[in-house]
Design a binder for this molecule. Sequence first.
Ligand code: AMP
Length: 542
Amino acid sequence: MLGLMQDWPLLCHRILEHAAAIHGNQEVVTRSVEGPIVRTTYKQVYERALKVSQALDKDGIKLGDRIATIAWNTTRHLECWYGIMGIGAVCHTVNPRLFPEQIAWIVNHAQDRIVITDLTFVPVLEQVAAKLPSVERFVILTDKAHMPQTSLKNAIAYEDWIGECDGDFKWKTFDENTAAAMCYTSGTTGDPKGVLYSHRSNVIHSLMANSKDALGTSSADAMLPVVPLFHANSWGIAFSAPAMGTKLVMPGPKLDGASVYELLNTENVTCTAGVPTVWLMLLNYMSQNNLKLPHLKFLVCGGSAMPRSMIKAFVDMGVEVRHAWGMTEMSPLGTLGALKPPFSSATGEERLDVLQLQGYPPFGVQMKITDDAGRELPWDGKTFGRLKVSGPAVSKAYYRIDNKILDEDGFFDTGDVATIDEHGYMRITDRSKDVIKSGGEWISSIDLENLAVAHPAVAEAAVIGVHHPKWDERPLLIVQLKQGQNASREDILKFMEGKIAKWWMPDDVAFVDGIPHTATGKILKTALRDQFKSYSFPNAAA
Ligand code: AMP
């Protein structure tokens, strides 16, 4: 017997329709690429998003066509998201921090028909435009007054493009399983892989994101997503904030400590989300200038492990810190570290211990850890295994790649290595390709990095496995010191001693001026392995 409820497809654009109808006057504030702060409302975002749909329709864009956006977090970018999805086209967010050749590869693989981009990226796109045969036009997110001279094909200023439309347009209704958006994983090896979200998966993900123990904002909050719209859906905030009528504060191109601080402070931001590197810049700026953030209540940090010292710095300011883990293939939220009983009343170091874990999944994500043969491992908080996940907002295949990515139970292998404890809290110990295999046992590079950055002179640390004739691999700790600070190899090793098992201690410490990062701010271990490929340990005599 079937239920007797209405067919009401879960479509992304319904979220903005809801925001315009119920929270129409709620503000959306942007630091524009041109410079000034621009203020608008959900009602205006909705009206202009309809014009985007109309402009795309006039340009002949149909259901399923891919439209690329290569753009910062701004209101215009948000309007484009909803305008593209509202006619059933696919909003393909491209990460502008990739090399021009990678951008070209991705646009060609997706066969994007239109590229919508910011002024910032016009020069980069001009370099590769001749290699983008599928692209029929470029829309530059600016007005006539700021429109540059450009060789980009059929280029038009965004305000002129939507200015030709009257907004008398209705969004379409179609199957909720229709593709809505696409994002390529910024893999450190091999070609990027396209993740294709559906309307249904995005709407379900935004409901998951909006639960109180996840991102859980309300209409009384102001949210500043530092995490870009081009990094795994800005962790769903472009959907979850309008769904709740949360004020949105978009940081545009300026993500340095001073600029983020200014917006957090002047716009009375209560919640924010971003990767650890962003928070490091903010904390440095605040401590150098002796500043406080009286309005900030809640900070989400993910994309890489959040160091304990950073968690403590925000906790000491009275900010509720939520460590999150996820990935592009998961839309991206996987787990979040809210403090549930029996930890809700934990204090001091014990509280930090729990906050440092990557957390537990909201309803809608199932997880397990297995050994290499696929056998499930116990949830004892100690045993490491391959972390596998399933759920309605988890990928089942990559775009135009014909290989099986799920196991026989329908779980996706995240490529991460983790422990899970009896309360369901997960802790990432490594990427499976980064874990250090020493004498048949695994050493977590992340645990060593977290410990090393707690040293007061260390700005950033990375650990890689280096060949060892006896143990197969041993950890090499690579350290970037804080400006003006000094610490020797011995100082750092002494600091780590006693805090980890003896056999986990790095065999050596190498000092570097800078640690390389991927386009999404993660430590680029492939580059470090390359840099240290001829390194051998002083103690490595067989
Ligand atoms: P991306 O698809 O670019 O978001 O990258 C996903 C990967 O980032 C995950 O598979 C993890 O390896 C890593 N990651 C994300 N969040 C965290 C976290 N909180 N701690 C450690 N690693 C993380």
